[in-house]
Design a protein around this ligand. Structure first.
Ligand code: SF4
Length: 214
């Protein structure tokens, strides 16, 4: 594993739990607004060994019961399942943050019961994806596979999108709102903002107008 660091306490990364956050290095996207760009695609960070991370998590176990594995993009690392299984052995609940480009690995992690929650990005409508991720490759079919894996699993998950001023469009937000099923959790945010908007289809709360008036 290429690991870029650990945050020992977070109040916002695992729903309703205080968690540790483990950062993996590297990402297959080049989002221009990425707040973790240093570890995602700069190579300008100090890596930390797997042993050190596991030791820290082992020491934290008395005080915490949840870990968020984020990046970068964790699923670009072939040894992620082995790494996560070591964390699982410590007794933690595990949340995976992913951009959805490795459906096979997400499926494996779910089937082996190595993860308990997934937060997955849906960054734009399919036609705008390349623009948002800043990579000239059409990933939509792959991403849609991951979406279907989550939808057909019994794991808890959420979808999230980031509205990037001057890059995202109103149609991207509308696509996100339409794409969500009534019982699915969906959150939208604005790049470089900490404000989070929840899409609630049952209550007909759409985030489109809320975001665009900011
Ligand atoms: S997918 Fe996430 S980690 Fe990767 S570049 Fe985009 S925002 Fe950053």
């Amino acid at each position: 594993m290429i690991l870029a660091g650990i945050r020992t306490f977070s109040f916002v990364d695992y729903p309703k739990r205080i968690s540790a956050v483990v950062y993996t290095g590297g990402c297959n996207f080049r989002c221009q607004w990425c707040h973790n760009w240093k570890i995602a695609y700069s190579n300008d960070y100090n890596s930390i060994s797997e042993e050190k991370i596991i030791d820290k998590l082992s020491a934290l176990r008395k005080r915490l019961n949840a870990v968020c594995v984020t990046g970068g993009e964790p699923t670009i690392h072939n040894d992620l399942p082995e790494f996560i299984s070591k964390i699982k052995e410590l007794g933690y609940l595990i949340k995976l943050d992913t951009n959805g480009t490795n459906p096979e690995m997400v499926e494996e992690l779910i089937s082996k019961k190595l993860i308990d929650y997934v937060a997955m990005d849906v960054k734009a409508k399919p036609e705008n994806y390349c623009k948002l991720i800043n990579v000239p490759k059409d990933y939509w079919n792959t991403i849609f596979k991951t979406i279907n894996i989550l939808r057909n699993s019994n794991i808890d998950y959420e979808f999230r999108m980031t509205y990037v001023p001057n890059l995202s469009t109103e149609e991207d937000i509308e696509f996100f709102e339409e794409f969500l099923k009534e019982d699915e959790k969906g959150y939208a945010t604005i790049a470089n903002s900490t404000e989070i908007f929840e899409v609630d289809k049952k209550e007909n709360i759409k985030v489109n107008k809320l975001i665009l008036r900011k």
